[in-house]
Design a binder for this molecule. Structure first.
Ligand SMILES: *Cc1c(COP(=O)(O)O)cnc(C)c1O
Length: 392
């Protein structure tokens, strides 16, 4: 079967809105355009009821309750609200925060902003697979620690942190635990109770929902103190003022519903595709290195470095395939990815890193096409690289 070009295989950067999700959203741009805060007429009631349905669907994928969901513009906003909001509200209890080095910039930069206001941040290191050390986490907690913020799954290498154990350590010590689950929702089962999570950030566009909408889960019992970062009409129980993005929220709820019903079957299918791509590339090309954990990683993630090949040059030669080199977030700079460097990947190999992000809409035919093109292009670049030829 012929494939349509270009092929999209960058599903960790963003995903296509699932046509079923889009279909659920469309009426809320048109006939059902009401403001969910309008209490005096049918238009408002219709919008409000759609928002409350979406709140239930979003809660359900986390094993949370609807009143624990705060809708936001995405995971960046959710993490800013969680980290800054908790820090500001708990200042009397302490000023120490713990995070780790391969977090998303939304987390790292929120922590840096707090440091400028007198908070102290400990940044845990990771091993060569991108995992934190649990003993080190436990040893780092102090009497004045108020928050631990550690992601579920990394966006570059897909490494999945031991959430259950992290949750247990934080709960034992009575420390609030926030997690950035932007890459995990719809791919890794999350249970905020079993994992003892107090706050969780998620984003619609990472799992076939729309961009510009997300949520922050805030545990209800006991409810952490959080100071709002947006002042205004007091929407979302005072935590996030601003007129609700009703079509976006409907799309987020719908994306949660489909993700939840397909979680296991989709994970199996995406993992099979990823595994066959990995097997094909590593058998057909020498000098291929996997970045990330061999099995504790996202099913759709394959991050490879090809010796002697510059990642940017590889992507330039693959205009018919959408992939990422290093990280989409840092690709404006020519510095190798901070995530790979933190894992101890040598600079040369880090510069060669290429991220394949497989998802719901990828097919076996696409994997076959991508394999052929990548093998061809890596071989071509190696042939014209004097350094690589002299090394082999
Ligand atoms: C995409 C992403 C974010 C940011 O989410 P937005 O909704 O785009 O703001 C944060 N953390 C991780 C791990 C992500 O992958």
């Amino acid at each position: 079967m012929p494939v349509d070009l270009p092929i999209y295989m960058d599903n960790l950067a963003t995903t296509r809105v699932d046509p079923l999700v889009l279909n659920d959203m469309l009426p809320y741009f048109a006939d059902r355009f009401g403001n969910a805060a309008s209490r005096t007429h049918e238009f408002g009631w219709t919008a409000e009821s759609a928002v409350e349905d979406a709140r239930e669907q979003t809660a359900s994928i986390l094993n949370a309750t609807p009143k624990e969901i705060v809708f936001t513009s995405g995971a960046t906003e959710s993490s800013n609200l969680a980290i800054k909001g908790v820090a500001q509200a708990n200042q009397s209890r302490g000023s120490h925060i713990i995070t780790q080095v391969t977090e998303h910039h939304a987390t790292l930069d929120s922590c840096v902003a707090l440091e400028r206001h007198g908070f102290e941040v400990t940044v845990l290191l990771v091993d060569e697979h991108g995992l934190i050390d649990l003993d080190q986490l436990a040893d780092t907690i102090r009497d004045d620690t108020i928050l631990v913020t550690l992601m579920v799954a990394n966006n570059e290498v897909g490494t999945i942190q031991p959430l259950n154990e992290i949750g247990r350590i934080c709960a034992d010590r009575g420390i609030l635990f926030h997690t950035d689950a932007a890459q995990a929702i719809g791919k890794v089962p999350i249970d905020v109770d079993a994992m003892q999570i107090d706050l969780l950030s998620l984003s619609g566009h990472k799992f076939y929902g729309p961009k510009g909408v997300g949520a922050l889960y805030v545990r209800n019992r006991p409810r952490p103190q959080v100071i709002a970062q947006m002042d205004g009409g007091g929407h979302e129980r005072g935590l996030r003022s601003g007129t609700m993005n009703v079509p976006g929220i409907v799309g987020l709820g719908s994306a949660c519903r489909y993700a939840q019903s397909e979680l296991d079957s989709e994970a199996d299918r995406v993992r099979d595709l990823r595994d066959s791509l990995e097997a094909a590339l590593t058998t057909q090309l020498d000098g291929t290195h996997l970045n990330g954990h061999p099995d504790r990683r996202l099913d759709g993630n394959l991050n490879l470095s090809f010796e002697g090949v510059d990642g940017e040059s590889l992507l330039m030669g693959l205009k018919d395939i959408a992939l990422s080199s290093g990280s989409a977030c840092t690709s404006a700079s020519l510095e190798p990815s901070y995530v790979l460097r933190a894992m101890g990947v040598p600079k040369e190999l880090a510069q060669s890193s290429t991220r394949f992000g497989l998802g719901r809409f990828n097919t076996a035919e696409e994997v076959e096409y991508v394999t052929g093109r990548v093998v061809e292009e890596v071989n071509r670049l190696r042939e014209i690289s004097p350094r690589y030829r002299s090394a082999t």
